[in-house]
Ligand binder design. Structure first.
Ligand code: PGA
Length: 253
């Protein structure tokens, strides 16, 4: 059975470690009843080591929501990929639109991707257009973004890269639209093709694509019928009932 991947992006939530542990423990319980899902929780970085400790006995992996582009040194407030790895992270989300908005351009995202992979983390690379135009220029935008972010990264690392397609118009509370099954299927194939061509891989299955942007227990019902390999979930991952339902839907797919 091919496992679907579900990534929980907690963003800057919850406000206490205690709450974080409660959400995590509930998830651990739910996953005992749910089959066919690989789950990755990306909490605020300060919670990673404690959640890693209580993850024992579960198959939940931990990830960070960002990292710095250099290994060490006088960089006040920053966290390197190696440090995240030491804390128990296996994954790191890079290029999230909320970080791109604050200055992470493709060149910087590319540096971060390179260093994270070199440090042994797997990368969840977020890409996505701001808006869609009738002429389809967003396809060109996406292709360039993916190729720029992965510039200089060899095929050996492909197994450690998940591309998360997150169209900015569909993310978060300010979303202006919702993607439908047909649109998602089309873009999933497009992104897979970009990677298959870049890396000259034989099988579409060797490139993994996630979808993120207003994924919840309702929207996932139709989106799970596409060729995406999983979902990156923001708001809904913090709501116990909604997230449990979402996991149920994905596991039954
Ligand atoms: P959302 O966020 O699920 O709340 O839309 C997704 C994301 O920003 O990763």
């Amino acid at each position: 059975m091919v496992k679907k991947i579900v990534v929980a992006n907690w963003k800057m939530n919850p406000t206490t470690l205690r709450e974080a542990k409660t959400i995590f423990s509930n998830l651990k319980k739910q996953l005992k009843k749910t089959k066919g899902i690989e789950t990755i929780v990306c909490p605020p970085a300060v919670y990673i080591s404690e959640l890693k400790r209580i993850s024992v006995g579960s198959k939940i992996s931990l990830g960070s929501q960002n990292c710095f582009s250099e290994e060490k040194g006088s960089r006040t407030g920053e966290i390197s990929p190696e440090m995240l790895k030491t804390s128990g992270a296996k994954f790191v989300i890079l290029g999230h639109s909320e970080n791109r908005e604050r200055g992470d351009n493709d060149e910087l995202v590319n540096q971060k991707v390179k260093l994270a992979l070199k440090s042994g983390l797997s990368v969840i690379l977020c890409v996505g257009e701001q808006e869609r135009d009738e002429e389809g220029h967003y396809f060109r935008f996406l292709k360039k973004q993916i190729l720029d972010d992965l510039d200089g990264i060899s095929k050996n690392y492909l197994k450690n890269i998940l591309i998360a397609y997150e169209p900015i118009w569909a993310i978060g509370a300010k979303a202006t639209g919702v993607i439908d099954k047909k649109q998602l299927q089309e873009i999933a194939i497009f992104i897979k093709k970009v990677l298959v061509d870049k890396y000259n891989v034989r099988d579409f299955k060797d490139v993994k694509i996630l979808y993120g942007g207003s994924v919840n227990h309702k929207t996932v019902e139709e989106l799970v019928e596409t060729d995406v390999d999983g979902f990156l979930v923001g708001r809904s991952s913090l709501n116990k009932e909604k997230f449990n339902k979402l996991l149920e839907v994905v596991s039954l797919a």
